[in-house]
Write a protein that binds this ligand. Structure first.
Ligand code: C2E
Ligand code: CA
Ligand code: CA
Length: 403
């Protein structure tokens, strides 16, 4: 059994621990001073200078993650070393809720600190102070609390954006997009709350809700659609699924249950996912995708071209649809390269027998350009912005042709 608490002296310039090392001790400065530094964009950044009475190394100790910074003695320094077990043993026998709280708070603090440091380095500004990191953590905790409350108060709802056949001009499907209408009237952007929902795990519940509600509304839309355009196939419903939802097979079962409990034919259901999970856990992703494909639903790969190098894995997974990120569509007429990329992606998709959807179409001329480049489906403000169910039904009643 190692000694639990002891004192250790470091000479000026001596490293106490280095970023990436496993952390088993926390330290209190008894005398002297240390510097905490982390690299950012390849450069060393000093995060803090700590003196008598201040603690460091506590995060790695409790959340069992590698050290997030390098600490060096600035002068001859005496430290009280607290071994991990000194904290962990009582914590294990303590209230599990306490235990969990501590871990969550520390993880958040670490993430917020890392993100702020990167952001400042990008902007060329000074390093964030501890107060700024704390403010960010507090902001996130508040948003998370509001989100949990919002979920039970049904502040979340879906808007629908049509996906259009660019040649024939009519609607072929809708994408369900989450909206948050807070009781105080605020409407935070999904770009803000979805990443937070992913960090906190709330996306799992939000994602179930999106699927259940999206399928319920699909049935209503399909009815309206059949009245207006009896000769066209019913519109499919495309729902976004986060990597976190995919990462547990039990959650895939939940999604499968929702699909089976809905009255929607699986051929009218599409699930959209991004590339990240495929890269991080390819075998697991394949298993999850096969399970969902087995139900008869289609799978779309979202934001294609923005993530990692995508080509190597594309044919290994059972995708039916490839969505070209709007950045390429946006730049198409300004940049020859963007146009080539769109064309390349479209050809690749066709070769693998996939449907291609171009995102973010804002101008008439992009429609023609995309058709020439081999994209047959499109989505964007030029055709329609995302709208709530009642407006979407009104849109359908007005005619299913949007071009
Ligand atoms: P996304 O899946 O790429 O969704 C398309 C986004 O592009 C939507 O943003 C849509 O409103 C926007 N958009 C559509 N047409 C145009 C256009 O012509 N111009 C421009 N500038 N934008 C256009 P939104 O609704 O803000 O959603 C942002 C992201 O949040 C989504 O990007 C998706 O990643 C995520 N998200 C939204 N709802 C859900 C959800 O239910 N679950 C999950 N996991 N993620 C969601
Ligand atoms: Ca999407
Ligand atoms: Ca997208």
């Amino acid at each position: 059994m190692p000694e639990m608490v002891f004192t250790k002296t470091f000479r000026a310039g001596e490293e106490i621990f280095r970023i990436g090392e496993p952390g088993s001790d926390a330290y209190i400065v008894q005398s002297g001073a240390v510097e905490v530094a982390a690299p950012s964009n390849g450069q060393k950044r000093v995060i803090a200078r700590l003196e008598r009475g201040e603690i460091f190394g506590e995060m790695s100790m409790i959340d069992d993650a590698p050290r997030s910074a390098t600490v060096t003695a600035l002068e001859d320094t005496e430290l009280v070393v607290i071994h991990r077990d000194r904290i962990m043993q009582p914590m294990r026998s303590a209230d599990p809720l306490m235990n969990m709280m501590l871990r969550v708070i520390l993880t958040r603090f670490r993430d917020a600190q890392g993100q702020l440091i990167d952001l400042r380095a990008e902007q060329g500004g000074p390093d964030p102070t501890l107060d700024e990191v704390r403010d960010l953590v507090m902001h996130r905790i508040t948003v998370e609390r509001d989100m949990r409350k919002g979920l039970s108060d049904t502040e979340f709802e879906l808007h629908y954006q049509p996906i259009v056949d660019l040649e024939a001009g009519h609607i072929v499907g809708f994408e369900a997009l989450m909206r948050w209408r807070k009781s105080n009237g605020e409407r935070p952007s999904p770009m803000e709350f979805i990443p937070l929902a992913e960090e906190t795990g709330l996306i799992v519940e939000l994602g179930r809700m999106a699927l259940a509600q999206g399928l319920k509304d699909q049935a209503i839309m399909a009815e309206a659609f059949a009245r207006i355009a009896p000769d066209l196939p019913a519109p499919f419903m495309s729902v976004n699924v986060s990597g976190l939802q995919f990462s547990q097979l039990s959650e895939i079962d939940m999604l499968a249950d929702i699909i089976q409990a809905s009255n929607v034919e699986p051929t009218f259901i599409k699930l959209e996912m991004t590339e990240s999970l495929l890269i991080e856990e390819p075998e697991h992703a394949a298993q999850a995708l096969e399970r969902l494909k087995g139900l008869g639903v289609s799978i779309a790969i979202d934001d294609f071209g923005t993530g990692y190098s995508s080509l190597s894995y594309l044919h290994q997974f059972p995708f039916d649809t490839l969505k070209i990120d709007r950045a390429f569509v946006n730049n198409m007429d300004r940049s020859e390269n963007s146009a080539r990329i769109v064309n390349g992606i479209a050809q690749l998709g066709h070769a693998l027998d996939m449907k291609i959807v171009a995102e973010g179409i804002e101008e008439t001329k992009q429609v023609k350009g995309l058709l020439d480049l081999g994209c047959h489906y499109g989505q964007g403000y030029h055709m329609a912005k995302p709208a709530p169910l009642d407006e979407t039904l009104a849109l359908i009643e007005n005619g299913t042709s949007l071009l």
